[in-house]
Design a protein around this ligand. Structure first.
Ligand code: GTP
Ligand code: MG
Length: 357
């Protein structure tokens, strides 16, 4: 902003960064909450083993990727380490019955969903004032791997990456643009946008590209693929934290301001795909363009308004649920946030309150 004196602008950004940390810290889950969730996971694992003795129940999503807010739901994935196993839909039905009999959870088995899951919830109680919501899925190894990838990105620069992601998660919930069912974007989509921005838009980058780094030792394809998807990435974070230092020293406040500006003004929504593996690529190169013949491709036109490539499932658009109206809302919100931050109020704390109004 040319009209704003530089020193005062810098003071604002500094104060804004500090306020972002303080704001996000209050929203982290408590240790009690984490302990209760771990107890729930163990209990459920014990019960599932009465049906499938060789199974493990693992956390994925925000409880495992380092981007969890207070009272976020639990995503659990059941892996079965034997060759003879029940079909997922049968397991869902049996597990639903068992949990109904043996626990206090409200249970909703969805055996015929595209991805069969059991949905569970627990009513609020004194120890758990907001209850618990939990989904159990089966054999979703890709989700476990993308959770690990996000976790590694979070650990490379925990302060900046986590503060940004957690703030955006609160912001998009408060602004009501975090509902794939209503045409806006999932939390997972927002996290990918932040990583994409920090790896590919920021120059110098804040994060390295973990999927493009040379491996330390040769690896065979069996160790790097799940089905046809290449899930390899550089995951030796201890080594990375000693060897890799970003040349980018911008504050989290500055990064967030630039993030909003980029998605308000610069991102090429019509032709571009945000890919954390490959940077900004063309919709055309993936067959995701939305100006195809409207009769034959009615669905794909609607599906590919906004394109975010999944890090492993390269043929999968994580933002496929974003509709024309949803994208309009989303861009409007990026512009609104950008405007608030450029006409910045007196105090940073007021800016944060306005952003999340
Ligand atoms: P909150 O539940 O809002 O705290 O966020 P979250 O980090 O748990 O994200 P979300 O519930 O959107 O997704 C949970 C996990 O499911 C992600 O970390 C992914 O592993 C997986 N997932 C969600 N959506 C997709 C998707 O569209 N494609 C793929 N491949 N995985 C997804
Ligand atoms: Mg979740």
């Amino acid at each position: 902003e040319p009209s704003v004196p530089r020193a005062s602008r810098q003071r604002f950004v500094q104060e804004f960064s500090q306020c972002l940390f303080d704001f996000v810290i209050q929203l982290l889950p408590t240790t009690e909450e984490l302990a209760v969730k771990e107890d729930v996971r163990k209990l459920l694992e014990r019960l599932i083993r009465t049906i499938e003795p060789d199974s493990r129940l693992l956390s994925f999503g925000s409880t495992a990727n380092g981007f969890s807010l207070r009272n976020s739901d639990m995503d659990l994935c059941c892996l079965i380490d034997s060759d003879e196993r029940l079909a997922a839909s049968d397991l869902v039905t049996m597990l639903g019955d068992l949990l109904e009999r043996e626990t206090k959870f409200h249970v909703k088995p969805l055996p015929h969903a595209r991805i069969p899951i059991v949905k569970l919830s627990l009513d609020p109680s004194p120890g758990l004032p907001l209850g618990i919501a939990c989904d159990i899925g089966f054999e979703n190894r890709l989700a476990l791997e993308n959770t690990r990838l996000l976790y590694c990105y979070a650990m490379i620069d925990p302060t900046r990456v986590r503060t940004m992601v957690l703030f955006l998660k609160v912001w998009c919930k408060r602004r009501k643009i975090n509902s794939p069912y209503k045409g806006t974007l999932s939390s997972y989509g927002y996290v990918l946008l932040v990583i994409y921005f920090l790896v590919h838009v920021k120059n110098p980058p804040v994060l390295p590209n973990l999927q493009q780094m040379p491996p330390l030792r040769p690896i065979s394809p069996e160790d790097t693929h799940i089905g046809s998807y290449n899930t390899w990435f550089f995951d030796d974070i201890d080594l990375l934290r000693t060897r890799w230092a970003s040349a980018n020293t911008e504050s989290v406040g500055q990064l967030l301001i630039d993030f909003f500006k980029y998605f308000a003004r610069d991102f090429l929504y019509n032709t571009g795909v945000a890919s954390i593996r490959a940077g900004l690529i063309k919709k055309e190169s993936k067959g995701w363009q939305n100006d195809l013949d409207p009769v034959r491709y009615k669905d794909s036109r609607e599906r590919n308004r906004f394109c975010i490539e999944d890090p492993f499932e390269a043929d999968f658009n994580v933002a496929r649920c974003v509709t024309k109206d949803g994208l309009y809302l989303l861009r409007g919100e990026f512009m609104r946030a950008s405007r608030i931050l450029s006409t910045r109020p007196e105090r940073a704390i007021v800016a944060i309150a306005q952003l999340c109004e």
